[in-house]
Design a protein around this ligand. Structure first.
Ligand code: FPP
Length: 236
């Protein structure tokens, strides 16, 4: 395989700026999230067309639980709607759904819906959509450390065997290749507790637009930026 595949195998996105998008239009924040869900649909299709194998979306962070209850509720309703509407589409398009994060914190109904689609699409092979829900990288890393420590204390794991690969196999992303490209919208230059272990070598592309304005063409532009960086690197 070419050392720098033209198309990133895994794209991870921090979808930021829904609130600002709504504010600029004098709309309630939930309208920004609703428009953001539309952008999700478009970007998922664009990734499939491009031949991206994995798309991971930061849909709800562990910190987002501290937003006003009405906003949390609106986000969960949007997520439910997205899952209900997309279930058939994911099936038809041969897309597998996975989720990372503290899923037991989700409302029971949302969790059940999520689990059923994950099970139903488990055998799909064209692409994988990973939703980060109630996700926080530090929590994920701490949880991996705890399970390794538990195995070591039980005598089933030799501490000398703990290396990067073993550690990664205890993360929720076990089996998923690390992201090649991390995109963040709305111009913010922060990682916000997203995939801190996994993005060690990812190219980071910051896009000024708010997430609801992010379109097919913006994804292509981010991939072109990624390709440009790789061409330069390859020429050294
Ligand atoms: C950041 O904007 C976005 C979120 C907290 C949630 C992202 C959710 C969606 C795009 C819709 C639902 C998801 C799916 C998968 C259907 P912000 O509210 O932090 O914006 P701000 O920084 O401008 O306030």
């Amino acid at each position: 395989m070419h050392p720098f595949p033209t198309i990133p195998r895994h794209i991870a996105i921090i979808m930021d700026g829904n609130g600002r998008w709504a504010k600029e239009r004098g709309l309630p924040r939930r309208e920004g999230h609703r428009a953001g869900a539309e952008a999700v649909r478009e970007v998922l299709d664009a990734c499939k067309e491009l031949g991206v194998d994995y798309l991971t979306l930061y849909a709800f962070s562990s910190e987002n639980w501290s937003r006003p209850e009405a906003e949390v509720q609106a986000l969960m309703t949007l997520l439910d709607r997205f899952l209900r509407e997309k279930a058939k589409d994911l099936d038809q398009k041969n897309i597998r759904l996975q989720a990372i994060g503290q899923l037991d914190r989700l409302p029971a109904k949302t969790r059940a819906l999520l689990d059923s689609i994950i099970a139903r699409t488990a055998g799909h092979t064209a692409m994988t959509l990973v939703l980060a829900l109630s996700y926080g990288a530090r929590e994920e890393i701490v949880s991996a450390a705890r399970s390794i420590a538990t195995e070591a204390a039980a005598g089933t794991l030799d501490p000398n065997e703990v290396d990067a690969a073993l550690f990664a196999s205890h993360l929720q992303t076990a089996g998923i290749p690390d992201p090649d490209l991390l995109v963040r919208t709305s111009g913010e230059m922060r990682l916000s507790n997203f995939l801190l272990w996994q993005i060690s070598y990812a190219e980071i592309v910051i896009v000024k637009k708010n997430w609801p304005d992010f379109r097919h063409g913006d994804l292509l532009a981010a991939v072109a930026e990624y390709q440009h960086r790789h061409r330069r690197f390859g020429a050294l």
